[in-house]
Each structure stands twice: as structure tokens, then as C-alpha cells.
Design a protein around this ligand. Structure first.
Ligand code: 5AD
Ligand code: SF4
Length: 436
């Protein structure tokens, strides 16, 4: 293996990119590459990029500029850009940055072997098509090597919702679902290799229609895999939470009591301007129904502040919604105008006002997050241990509610779901002791 070429992938953005990076790496391993943790000794550097917020493309151009020295030191070094910036910028990257050899959009990863060969022959390669076929089917077969207890599995891509602020429908294209039987075989393969928890991924995963029973149907089918202990999914649109999925939260033991359900704003006026196609009240009703099905479910959300036209009253409606719902976890962002989206045409809110709102909202969400964590102390949870913790003798894993939990436990418990009583709340994680 002395001459094996080394591949370094840097992943930005969401979990779908994490999954894509894994699949791209596996495909290039099949071409004779091995993994390296640093760009310094790589023969191929791939940046798997995200375009969702703020000056994403500019950040990538500046990151690429930093590779100039490496390319001078190793003329055989190949540099590629993948992901949503690749999709959005396309040929512009090749034009603007002579260091780049390869630009591949998120729907074209299965073309990587041919693109790599072409790059090795001294050409520059670009593919940002939206082909009909399922790229995952055309990617290299996944290696049989053992792997950690948790895995992501992309089941759906793209989005048809066209929220006025969002680039996803443009960079990832229309909604496409992978057929349930293919997802099932990939899940079986993951479980055979040691995976015990699978998070099903999609930009709008609950619109999944690769199974006649929708996402709930897929979850029930996967729950039949004996050694698969936990199923999660992310990320969802409120309008696609159908009855079967809500019911599954109450009745499917393997479906974890955690739900990421972005609402973005608590103001009906802003929700309308955002083209969210739901109201504040319909969100409240939905949350009530989900909590009725699964009372201990921990809810997570996404929020945008400073959307064009957002007034003090609109923002206070958002704070009010947060107080009413109570989130165990949340992500909040200052609106950033994305070129090509309808909202980008509108006048923006004063950046200082938007920053102040973000701070206020984050303070409230953090308070709720800490309260939810503190409420775990004294409770018994089930932890899937993932690896060794920082302290000698400790393992770290996740509870059903996705809280990180440390506990003193023997190494052979990695990959096992174990009962743990929470004894302490440590800001970013919980500590507990095994229940024997
Ligand atoms: N500005 C700020 N936040 C955004 N998001 C998506 N687009 C934008 C934007 N233009 C946020 C939304 C979404 C999350 C993934 O990123 O909250 O749910
Ligand atoms: Fe973007 Fe999500 Fe809206 Fe789709 S549902 S357009 S991915 S914010």
C-alpha cells in the first residue's frame, strides 16, 4: 500500500453532507485511495460544501486559496469541490480558481470514478447534472468493514416546499425518495457491520414516498431488523407530519422520542411571507398531537430572525411561540439573503436589530435546553454507548432524547443499549451510573 493515494475530505454543513462524504470516500477507496486526516499529505482534497447561509461561496474560495502552497509542493495533488456550492457555482469555480481540478454536484457523485480518471489524465472535470438514476445505486458497494454503533442513511433528497429564504430546492433539486427495499438492504448491511442506531436523512425526510406507507411505513419496515435498536429521522416539515408518523411516535418502540420540527417563526405574517404554508396555530395543534402520542418526546427546532419585514411584534410572536412550545434543543440563525431565492429581492432588517433579536432568542432557547437537561437528573434513561469517554473507564453515548451521557462502564458495552441513571448535569452533557 506504499503508493496508495491519500484522500482528505472536509465536510461542511448538514448530516446529509456527512453521509455523502462517507459514500464519496468509499467510492474513491475502491479506486485505490486511502484516508488521511490532513490536507498536508493528501493526493486528493475534496471540500464537500454547504450553501445554506452567508457568503458560503466566498468562504470556499478563500479556503481553496490556502491550498496553493500544497499544490506547489505536490504537483500531483488534485483538488475537488463537491456539495451545494459546487452545484450553485458550477463552472464559475473552475473559471475563478485555477487550483481546482474537479467540481461535482450532489447528484453526480456516482460519476466520481470517471471524473477522477479524467483529472489524473490532466483534464479538469465538471458535473452538476440532475440525473434520473439513484446515484447511491451507482456508487461503489459499501465495504464490509466493522463500523461504529450509529450511522446516517439518506433516504430522501431535495425539496419541493420553496420556503422563500431557502436555496435547497435549487441546489438539491426536486424531492426524490429512494425505494424502501434499497434503503432496507443498506440498513441490513449497516446493522451486520455493527450499527445499532440509524438516522434516516432527507432535506424534507417526512415527505418520503419510497414506501406506500410513507416515512412511517419505512420506519415500521426497518424496525423488523432484529439488531437495529434505534431509528431517528431528520429533518421534517410540519405539513408532512402525517397521522401514521405521529402514531408511530407513540407505538414504535424503536423510534426514538426526539423530533426536529423546524417552525422558523412564530408570526403568521412572517410565516406567510416565508411561504411556509403553515400557521402558528397549526404548528401548536401539531405539537399537541405529537405530544399526546408520545408525552416525553423532546422537541427541537430551527428559527430564523430578521427575515425581511420582521417587526418587533413579529419577533415577540416568535419568543411567545418558543415559550409555549418549550424546546429541548434548537438552532437559530440570522436571516441571510441567498442569491436566487424570492426573499433575497426584499429589503432586509437592520443587521444590528437582527443581531440583538438573535441574542435574545438564543438566550431563551439555551435556557430551555438547560432546563430540559437538568430535568433528566434522577431519571433513568437508555444509553447507546458509542465510544470511550475522556476520563479513564468512562464511555460516552446518547440517551433516547439525544443527550450526550457519560458513565463509568466496561469497554464491551460500546454498541449496547444500557440502562443509566442520570446523576449530574454538566452543561454540554450528562453523567450517569449504570443501573444494575
Ligand atoms: N438564512 C438563515 N437561515 C436559513 N436557513 C435556511 N436558509 C436560511 C437563510 N437564507 C436555516 C433554516 C433551516 C436551517 C437548515 O437553516 O432555519 O431550517
Ligand atoms: Fe428549505 Fe426546509 Fe423549506 Fe425545503 S422545507 S425549502 S429544505 S427550509
Amino acid at each position: 500500500m506504499a503508493d496508495a493515494k491519500k484522500l482528505f475530505i472536509k465536510t461542511y454543513g448538514c448530516q446529509m453532507n456527512v453521509y455523502d462524504s462517507e459514500r464519496m470516500a468509499e467510492t474513491l477507496w475502491a479506486q485505490g485511495y486511502v484516508h488521511t486526516d490532513t490536507a498536508d499529505d493528501a493526493d486528493m482534497i475534496l471540500l464537500n460544501t454547504c450553501h445554506i447561509r452567508e457568503k458560503a461561496a466566498e468562504k470556499i474560495y478563500s479556503e481553496l486559496g490556502k491550498f496553493k502552497g500544497l499544490k506547489a509542493a505536490n504537483p500531483n495533488l488534485k483538488i475537488g469541490v463537491a456539495g451545494c456550492v459546487a452545484q450553485a457555482e458550477g463552472a464559475e469555480i473552475i473559471r475563478r480558481q485555477p487550483l481546482v481540478d474537479l467540481v461535482v454536484g450532489p447528484q453526480s457523485y456516482h460519476k466520481l470514478p470517471q471524473m477522477e480518471a479524467s483529472v489524473q489524465s490532466g483534464k479538469r472535470a465538471l458535473d452538476t447534472d440532475f440525473p434520473e438514476e439513484d446515484k447511491f445505486d451507482h456508487l461503489a458497494k459499501r465495504p464490509k468493514a466493522k463500523r461504529g454503533p450509529t450511522a446516517f442513511l439518506t433516504v430522501q433528497e431535495g425539496c419541493d416546499k420553496f420556503c422563500a429564504f431557502c436555496v435547497v430546492p435549487y441546489t438539491r433539486g426536486a424531492e426524490v425518495s429512494r425505494p424502501a427495499d434499497r434503503v432496507f438492504s443498506e440498513a441490513v448491511d449497516l446493522v451486520e457491520r455493527g450499527v445499532r442506531e440509524i438516522t434516516l436523512l432527507g432535506q424534507n425526510v417526512n415527505a418520503y414516498h419510497g414506501h406506500p406507507g410513507g416515512l412511517a411505513g419505512l420506519i415500521w419496515q426497518l424496525s423488523e431488523i432484529l439488531d437495529l435498536e434505534r431509528i431517528r429521522f431528520t429533518t421534517s416539515h410540519p405539513n408532512d407530519m402525517d397521522d401514521a408518523l405521529i402514531e408511530a411516535h407513540g407505538t414504535c418502540d424503536k423510534l426514538m422520542p426526539y423530533l426536529h420540527l423546524p417552525v422558523q417563526s412564530g408570526s403568521d405574517r412572517i410565516l406567510k411571507a416565508m411561504n411556509r404554508k403553515h400557521t402558528r396555530d397549526s404548528y401548536f395543534n401539531l405539537v399537541d398531537r405529537i405530544r399526546k402520542a408520545r408525552p416525553d418526546l423532546l422537541l427541537s427546532g430551527d428559527f430564523i430572525v430578521g427575515f425581511p419585514g420582521e417587526t418587533d411584534q413579529d419577533f415577540s410572536d416568535t419568543l411567545d411561540l418558543v415559550r409555549h412550545v418549550g424546546y429541548g434543543q434548537a438552532y437559530s440563525f440570522k436571516y441571510s439573503a441567498r442569491p436566487g431565492t424570492p426573499a433575497a429581492e426584499k429589503d432586509s432588517v437592520d443587521p444590528a436589530v437582527a443581531s440583538a433579536r438573535l441574542q435574545e432568542l438564543q438566550a431563551l432557547l439555551t435556557e430551555q435546553q438547560y432546563a430540559a437537561q437538568a430535568a433528566m437528573v434522577g431519571r433513568e434513561v437508555k444509553v447507546l454507548f458509542e465510544k470511550k469517554g475522556r476520563r479513564e473507564g468512562q464511555l460516552i453515548g446518547k440517551s433516547e432524547y439525544l443527550h450526550a451521557v457519560h458513565a463509568v462502564a466496561p469497554d464491551h458495552m460500546v454498541g449496547k443499549v444500557v440502562r443509566v441513571r442520570i446523576i449530574n448535569d454538566m452543561t454540554n452533557s450528562l453523567t450517569g451510573e449504570l443501573v444494575v
